[in-house]
Design a protein around this ligand. Sequence first.
Ligand code: PLP
Length: 237
Amino acid sequence: MILVSNIASNVQRIRDQIAAAAREAGRRPEEIALVAVSKHRTVAEIRAALAAGITDLGENRVQEAVPKFRELGPGVATWHLIGSLQTNKVRAALEFADLIHSLDRPSLLAELDRQARQQDRTVRTLVQVNVSGEASKHGLLPGQLPGFLEQVAGLGGTVQVEGLMTIAPEAPDPEAARPVFAGLRQLAAAAADRRLPHVAMRWLSMGMSGDYVAAIREGANLVRIGTAIFGPRTAGM
Ligand SMILES: *Cc1c(COP(=O)(O)O)cnc(C)c1O
């Protein structure tokens, strides 16, 4: 059952909380982009979110996203790929994703560059950083970031880096994630100082349902929220 009215009221509540957190941090609410994470959600649920004013959708699996993208049609939303991307799925990912948040290794960078050249286009990305260093998480380690950004710059513009993304460790207290979010902000500031071509630090993608207020306090301007908009995902998903 789809509780359309719940989705609309959830979106409104989250927007209010984003605005409050932004103002507390001395920032304007409009600076913060809300990505509705629609993984495991039906097209009907996505339509309800779009009707509630959502403009950005986040998906973590290419195979799941492409059919939804095709069904909804072009131009209804900006699509974000937020999950780990295998090199053999890059071509399919480029069909739907406007911004890839999960650029996390040289082999993926090489494949994005190859496909971009083949298709005579550029690819917009964020570099995923494993700030907490948890073995289970994807992402470059902080020490690998400077060299990786030099590789991006050396490609000449096929792959554009527009910022950084991280996932904080799950913790009952969202305040526990703040050092991780602060760490990403500092990495972005250091990267911006180097003024590399094709590397801009416009976006800090951090914060999910449980910790987006803490993330905004530490500088997030792109938050990825699923459960708090759509309700709990079905078990096993
Ligand atoms: C699923 C997911 C989210 C959203 O998680 P919620 O806790 O449901 O808000 C955000 N980012 C990534 C990378 C995800 O995979």
